[in-house]
Design a protein around this ligand. Structure first.
Ligand code: PLP
Length: 389
């Protein structure tokens, strides 16, 4: 299939039909497989024949989802996982070992921060964090041999944008594989592999389902990385995606571009509206010229994303009153949904970070993150305005 025909890939990529000739992707909700003979079972385990063995290793519905997402991303291969965090952990734990070193950006989703800062060092892996986009800081951090670089751009929750190409070049000189958490940008708005990343991870819970139903994750990488590292790790530790969730995600992919583009258009308008409001001290949205990395963002991403963050004029109590007065937008820590969702990161998603790190990242007591859905833009602006006043 032509790489450029994204809409066709989203609807048909990876589709295999059973001998019932069904139109829609079949849901193979089964854990195991049967063999015609003991000899066939033996041959399957020896991988002499192509036969599913167990759904922890492979399942036809999960495979359709993996193949469709790989075509979309332009990756050789994909492994689907139970959640986004399973994808983040497996992408690193499958190849890092005692004595290795990982360099990561400091502006991370707090569970990613926990994996790198708390879990990996327990296994003898040194973790070094870099704050911001400054080339000299990344050069310094990558002046020693390093096995992994992990980053998220735009970052959760403040939408800081990192230069994937610049960091990937420095990482490769230090001998590292580059893992990019592309959840905020989605495979529609940003292609990290084309910018030098080696591995892309997703929480498919977010935009790929995008309708608040299922948890899921995915790791996109080379076939070699799967064969040499990931497959054995996934098989033996077991964080695989359920076939049911893969089936929901396949349906989510069909409308992914339509949703992400419509939600990003709406987010851009709402970011402009927020910027004009007295009660909003600072609005961060990559497609606004006031964003500190606006130019870089527009080189790396085709739109500003479905997310906005802003600082509200008031203390924590006043921010809470603002959130509680919203009537259309729901208070929720999820994101990328068709329903607009708002959260107060310092008391929810980023509560676990030490206050010193939070403040250095700019997550203040009055910082708010808004995920823009598919509702009418004017209804959303009206809702925000009535809650402010
Ligand atoms: C939500 C999120 C994750 C974790 O995904 P789950 O599916 O909730 O496990 C990882 N990274 C980022 C940037 C996220 O927003």
């Amino acid at each position: 299939m032509n790489k450029k025909n994204i809409d066709t890939i989203l609807v048909r990529g990876g589709l295999t039909r059973s001998n019932f000739d069904e139109t829609s992707e079949a849901l193979f909700l089964n854990s195991g497989y049967v063999y015609e003979s003991a000899e066939q079972a033996e041959a399957s385990f020896k991988q002499e024949i192509d036969h599913y063995v167990y759904s922890r290793y492979g399942n036809p519905t999960v495979e359709m989802f993996q193949n469709r997402l790989a075509l979309l991303e332009g990756a050789q291969s994909c492994f689907a996982t139970a959640t986004g965090m399973a994808a983040v952990f497996a992408s690193l734990a499958c190849f890092l070992k005692k004595g290795d070193r990982i360099v990561a950006s400091e502006a991370l989703f707090s569970s990613c921060h926990y994996i790198i800062n708390d879990i990996l060092p327990r296994y003898g892996i040194e973790a070094v964090f870099v704050f911001g986009n400054d080339k000299a800081d990344w050069e310094q951090a990558l002046s020693k041999p390093t096995q992994a670089v992990f980053l998220e751009t735009p970052s959760n929750p403040l939408l800081e944008v990192l230069d994937i190409r610049m960091i990937a070049d420095l990482a490769h000189q230090a001998g590292a594989r580059v893992v990019v958490d592309n959840v905020f940008a989605t495979p529609i708005l940003q292609k990290p592999l084309e910018l030098g990343a080696d591995i892309v991870v997703y929480s498919t819970t977010k935009h790929i389902d995008g309708q608040g139903r299922c948890l899921g994750g995915a790791i996109l990488c080379s076939q070699e990385f799967i064969d040499e590292h990931l497959l054995a790790f996934m098989r033996h530790t077991g964080p695989s995606m359920s076939p049911f969730n893969a089936w929901v995600m396949l349906k989510g992919l069909e409308t992914l571009r339509l949703r992400v583009e419509a939600q990003s258009h709406a987010a851009h308008k709402i970011a402009e509206f927020l910027q004009s409001q007295k009660k909003i001290l600072k609005t961060r949205y990559p497609a606004l010229p006031t964003h500190p990395q606006h130019q870089l963002a527009m080189q790396q991403m085709s739109m500003g994303s479905t997310l906005i963050s802003f600082d509200y004029d008031g203390d924590k109590a006043q921010v809470f009153r603002f959130l509680n007065r919203l009537q259309v937008i729901d208070i929720s820590n999820n994101l990328g949904d068709t329903k607009s969702l708002i959260t107060h990161p310092p008391t929810t998603t980023h509560k676990r970070l030490e206050e010193e790190i939070r403040l250095r990242l700019g997550i203040l007591p009055n910082s708010v993150r808004l995920s823009v859905g598919l509702e009418d833009v004017q209804d959303l602006c009206d809702d925000l305005a009535q809650a402010m006043n």
